[in-house]
Design a protein around this ligand. Sequence first.
Ligand SMILES: O=C(O)CCC(=O)C(=O)O
Ligand SMILES: [Fe+2]
Length: 269
Amino acid sequence: MEEDIKIGSTHIELGDGSDVLFLPHFLESKQAWQWMRSLDQDIPWCRPSLFVFGRTCTQPRETCYVASKGLQPLKYSGFEPIVHSWDDYLPLRSILTAVHEALPGTIFNSVLLNRYTSGSDYAGWHADDEKLYGTSPTIASVSLGVEREFLIRKKKKKQFVQKKDYKTPVIKKECIEKAWSAFAVPVFQEKRNSLRSLNPGTKSKKQKIQVSGDNTAKVEKDSYSFSLKHGSLFVMRGNMQRDWEHSVPKRMKLHGLRINLTFRYVLKG
Ligand SMILES: O=C(O)CCC(=O)C(=O)O
Ligand SMILES: [Fe+2]
């Protein structure tokens, strides 16, 4: 693994067994642009019809699914994507190898690709909590192209029962400066109402974090915003899919293509 992929990295413990890891310089930029061009041209992108809350709608981004053979089938919102082969899209193998090297101990056997043609394409609030991923999946997300905002927020209480041993999230010292100055913008409780109905253009304000004597920063935030830049790697781990949800909001004024790859481990069929 190249040592400089760790520069500016951020690790945030969110409490109750959830954490995120962000490596903004995961892929070398020029190489990442080449892979993006190749995927843009070669992948058989489609914009499927979904069945959500009793209505049929078109998925607000293009997609494609690549997975190893013999896995449980992926189905979401009434849609079962065709399973394509790793062998047909060479950059996927190279990126998968880089992800495995950066995250020792992980094994991914599928990747869901998303293509956002402009800021009007988006991903609504959801958790990747389908049964085929097991109870506490690690999901590794590689971003190519135009930088987009990625939001995470804790699910509403009725959606999960918080355990009694919940601890206030603690951020490690070495992550604090980078996290709060550049990437992770905590959104305070009083901002939640506006975040719940995020409209294009809504921004969260940067906030100061109090650093205590033991060099840890204590936060009690339940929403964060990250800027996923070209060549970055964002990892969700532990109970994230059970307790948190995430989204890529619309940004109507934004132009330019973004391709995102989420690597996942699917249980065998
Ligand atoms: O595009 C992204 O960054 C996230 C995509 C996502 O959440 C998903 O594919 O489940
Ligand atoms: Fe997701």
